[in-house]
Design a protein around this ligand. Sequence first.
Ligand SMILES: Cc1cc2nc3c(=O)[nH]c(=O)nc-3n(C[C@H](O)[C@H](O)[C@H](O)COP(=O)(O)O)c2cc1C
Length: 178
Amino acid sequence: MDLMEGLLTRRSVRKYETERKIDKETIKEIIKAAQYAPTAHNKQPWEFLVVDDKEVLEHLRHIQRWTSFAKDAACVVFVCGDTEKSFSRNKENEKWTFIDVDCAIATENLMLAAWAKGIGTCYCGAAPMQRVVDDLKEYLHLPENIRPFAIITMGYPAETPKQPEGRYNPDKIHWGKW
Ligand SMILES: Cc1cc2nc3c(=O)[nH]c(=O)nc-3n(C[C@H](O)[C@H](O)[C@H](O)COP(=O)(O)O)c2cc1C
């Protein structure tokens, strides 16, 4: 699959072949692609927690209500950011951080790399929903400096989601001036 085809055909997959695991080498290659994403100041502040424990997958819906299908995924990747490594400012007159931006770009790489290998994913949001971030941190015993950013369900697809019509909207492009 070439890059452009992958970009245009990736869809959120929420039904998986329940008995089919993803081998560890494949997961590593997918996460490798995530780690090739650009980051602010090249800080690469990400961490990836891969979990296939069914009890955890089933419990997720109690933390983030739109993840009920995670129970059937082969695994979930929690894409996290390290608040001590991200490109950030925390001065009185200047407060910002690129942590979520960096994690988001890596997450898209991860989903596309999975798709290139025939694996379906669904992005389930965590940050910036503070309660979800806090509950995930506690449930997963994450260190204080680790911010759970996104929950990515992964598995071999047991559905073929319809490709959207009209996703491309040329009216959203503004040439030269608004
Ligand atoms: C920030 C973000 C949060 C999302 N959270 C959820 C979620 O909690 N549960 C879910 O089923 N889908 C979630 N999605 C997936 C979107 O519903 C999906 O990307 C959108 O409907 C477009 O479909 P597509 O991915 O097939 O193009 C999320 C997507 C993004 C980008």
